[in-house]
Design a protein around this ligand. Structure first.
Ligand code: G6P
Ligand code: MG
Length: 219
């Protein structure tokens, strides 16, 4: 029985992945490191500092910690300049309706994001009140694929892992859900998300009945 749904933010609720990409690309280019959309897949769901490390590794570059802090701050400033212009219509199609539907049917809902900007983004999009619990990058110490973010979400909702379903667009996020012992619906391209129990391309037309069918097929 499904009692709780946990949602990743970037790439599941809102397409901020493109802004993360643009900001990282701008930073990488400044360092003379070429950074493609394919590389960007590796950064999805990954914390800000770890993302920077991956980019530096791509460019065979090592930097002192204080340099890295500066670069991470710089990336976030670029990112925030995009986020601050974001409008409600950048919510991914159907996701708000889906969350409203499941909440009406008694399912509790948490956000489980690695982003330190998560609350700001929810406010900007006027959807903070859709969540019974919010766990973000300020509350976790272990990045996905560690299950911490989802385990904390389940704890806040007081639901056992086996009654939780996670929605994720990132490889690391799907692994985190599996590591938490939760069912996982991948959102996006099935070729990146083969570890998920099912993959949907988006929430348009998706409903609780379909979700229940997916999960009962699995058992
Ligand atoms: C999400 C995104 C990542 C991002 C991370 C940290 O998991 O998928 O691309 O790096 O959050 O976000 P932040 O807003 O704290 O830099
Ligand atoms: Mg994501």
């Amino acid at each position: 029985e499904i009692k709780a749904c946990l949602f990743d933010l970037d790439g599941v609720i809102v397409d901020t992945a493109k802004y993360h990409y643009l900001a990282w690309q701008q930073l990488a280019n400044g360092l003379g490191i070429s950074f493609t959309e394919e590389h960007n897949e590796l950064l999805k769901g990954v914390s800000r500092m770890r993302s920077l490390d991956i980019i530096l590794e791509l460019g065979n570059t090592t930097l002192a910690d204080d340099e890295k802090m500066k670069l991470a701050t710089q990336k976030n400033e670029i990112y925030l300049s995009y986020i601050q212009r974001m409008k409600d219509d950048e919510l991914l199609p159907g996701v708000k309706e889906f969350i409203e539907e499941i909440r009406n049917k008694g399912i509790v809902v948490a956000l489980g994001s690695a982003s330190k900007n998560a609350r700001l983004i929810l406010k900007q999009l006027h959807i903070e009140e859709l969540f019974d619990a919010i766990i973000d990058g300020n509350e976790v110490t272990q990045a996905k694929p560690d299950p911490e973010v989802f385990l904390k979400g389940a704890e806040a909702l007081q639901v056992e892992s086996r009654s939780c379903v996670v929605f994720e667009d990132a490889i690391a996020g799907v692994e985190a859900a599996k590591n938490a012992g939760m069912a996982c619906i991948g959102v996006g391209d099935p070729k990146n998300l083969s570890e998920a129990d099912q993959v949907i391309s988006g929430f348009e037309g998706f409903n609780l009945k379909q979700l229940a069918t997916f999960l009962s097929d699995k058992n």
